[in-house]
Design a protein around this ligand. Structure first.
Ligand SMILES: Cc1ncc(COP(=O)(O)O)c(C=O)c1O
Length: 453
């Protein structure tokens, strides 16, 4: 009996690689995979504690609320909810977006808003509208690992500016702009995640926010402020978004419902000046015609019915407790030479290990212990970040987080001991003896401390 067709295809796959190679577009040579997406297959295993993803805890959303809203949509607007919608999104969705932005003090013109398929598509559409191959794009070091594949697929020359405990170092940005000036170049955009950054968890200080906006305005440069976490603050003082400081002339704003409601609904947005919006809309028409009508109806119902701010506040309470559990566990299980950030919101902590530890190698060992994290290199375009890692504290329970950090601490400890045995250098494996009270403060050294800025 002949093989069924799908089995024949599977056999042919590996030998076909060369045959297809000549067909690919030039840009595919520089396309990069997203580290988190790659890890998802492994971390989906039930025995793995994943501190790798950026998943909000959707189990906190009441199923009965979800059911009631979807039922109402089915009963009252089935035909419309199942239909195509406008490329820019429904006005009712935009009204919800204006309400969310208003909660952080922003007042966008609804005409400047486009509803997108997640914040991820907004990054893609903005790059599609602005970036030609070889164009300079500036972002933070480290930057959101999911933005790197976008910059790569538009063949950007991605330049990363160091972050410290106060966010992007503006002095280094100014020096980079001067250097580009001297080369007759101007960056197409400066991409930043100023609040509870993914991956580092740091927040740009007010002074730096002001300086960045001043720079953008005086040099007529576009800043892309990507802010999925601004409302997930659980400590410190709220800071004005760049968009608010600028008024929307040179700051493009990207938001999302992913972290305040659900990533599964794939609803995000961009707010841009009108000339940019015109190009972004054309790009979106070509890309997917419109964002899901059904999930836009869901958001509309949710905002009408539920108290969305209360839900966001309840998430912040849960995430604060989990962040605290992670900080405590880090102090207990990580070596004295490690340091980590102490975020006041968002979903991530960034840990830096001794320089002789490569976290990509460490991940293989960690996976054998059934625990995962994102190796720091995923947040850089140039191989930096080898001894750092991104740790997520929103997805698992406090107990899972403690156990996950214990397991990572164990493999880190083995590396430290090995290094010590090979070099004869004395090393202290655990940050503190078992049972000692956690004192995080000593290890909370986000990269370098802010210097002179
Ligand atoms: C900084 C940043 N931008 C964009 C996204 C993409 O989010 P989504 O497409 O789900 O809105 C994420 C997701 O984690 C993120 O952290």
């Amino acid at each position: 009996m002949p093989d069924p067709p799908h089995r024949r295809r599977a056999h042919a796959r590996s030998s076909d690689l060369e045959r297809y190679a000549g067909l690919f577009a030039e840009r595919t040579r520089v396309m990069r995979s997203s580290a988190m997406r790659d890890l998802m297959a492994v971390t989906a295993r039930p025995d793995v504690i994943s501190l790798a993803g950026g998943l909000p805890d959707t189990s906190t959303f009441p199923p009965q609320t979800f059911a009631a809203q979807m039922t109402r949509i089915a009963q009252e607007s089935a035909a419309e909810a199942l239909q195509y919608g406008p490329t820019e999104g429904f006005r009712e969705t935009v009204d919800c977006i204006v309400e969310v932005m208003g909660a952080e003090g922003m007042l966008p013109d609804p005409e400047d808003v486009i509803v997108t398929t997640g914040g991820q598509q907004a990054i893609d559409l903005i790059c599609k509208a602005l970036v030609d191959p070889g164009d300079a794009v500036i972002c933070e070091a480290p930057t959101y690992p999911g933005a790197i594949p976008v910059f790569c697929s538009y063949q950007a020359d991605t330049i990363q500016i160091e972050c410290d405990g106060e966010g992007m170092r503006i002095e280094e940005l100014e020096a980079t702009l001067e250097r580009l000036d001297a080369e007759g170049r101007k960056p197409k955009l400066i991409y930043t995640v100023p609040s509870f950054q993914n991956p580092a968890g740091v927040t740009m200080s007010l002074e730096r926010r002001r300086r960045l906006v001043e720079l953008a305005r005086s040099r007529e440069l576009l800043v892309v402020e990507d802010s999925p976490y601004g409302l997930l603050r659980f400590g410190g003082e709220a800071l004005p978004p760049l968009y608010q400081l600028d008024g929307g002339d040179f700051v493009i704003y990207i938001g999302t419902f992913s972290k305040i409601l659900s990533p599964g609904i794939r609803l995000g947005w961009a707010v841009t000046p009108p000339p940019v919006m015109e190009k972004v809309v054309l790009g979106k028409q070509a890309s997917d015609l419109c964002t899901s009508t059904l999930t836009q109806y869901f958001v509309r119902e949710y905002f009408r019915d539920g108290n969305w701010r209360e839900y966001v506040e309840s998430l912040a309470v849960i995430y604060r407790e989990r962040r605290d559990a992670m900080l405590e566990a880090l102090a207990k299980h990580f070596p004295a030479q490690a340091s980590w950030t102490e975020p006041e919101g968002g979903l991530f902590i960034w840990a830096t290990l001794p320089p002789y530890i490569d976290t990509s190698d460490l991940l293989a060992k960690a996976l054998r212990e059934n625990v995962a994290f994102v190796p720091g290199q995923a947040a850089y375009v140039d191989g930096r970040g080898r001894n750092s890692m991104r740790l997520n504290f929103s997805a698992g329970s406090a107990d899972e987080i403690r156990e996950g950090i214990r397991r990572i601490g164990k493999v880190v400890g083995e590396q430290v001991e090995l290094y010590s045995a090979l070099t004869g250098e004395a090393t202290e494996v655990a940050a503190q003896p078992e049972g000692a009270p956690a004192d995080e403060a000593e290890n909370v050294l986000p990269f370098r401390k802010a210097e002179g800025e």
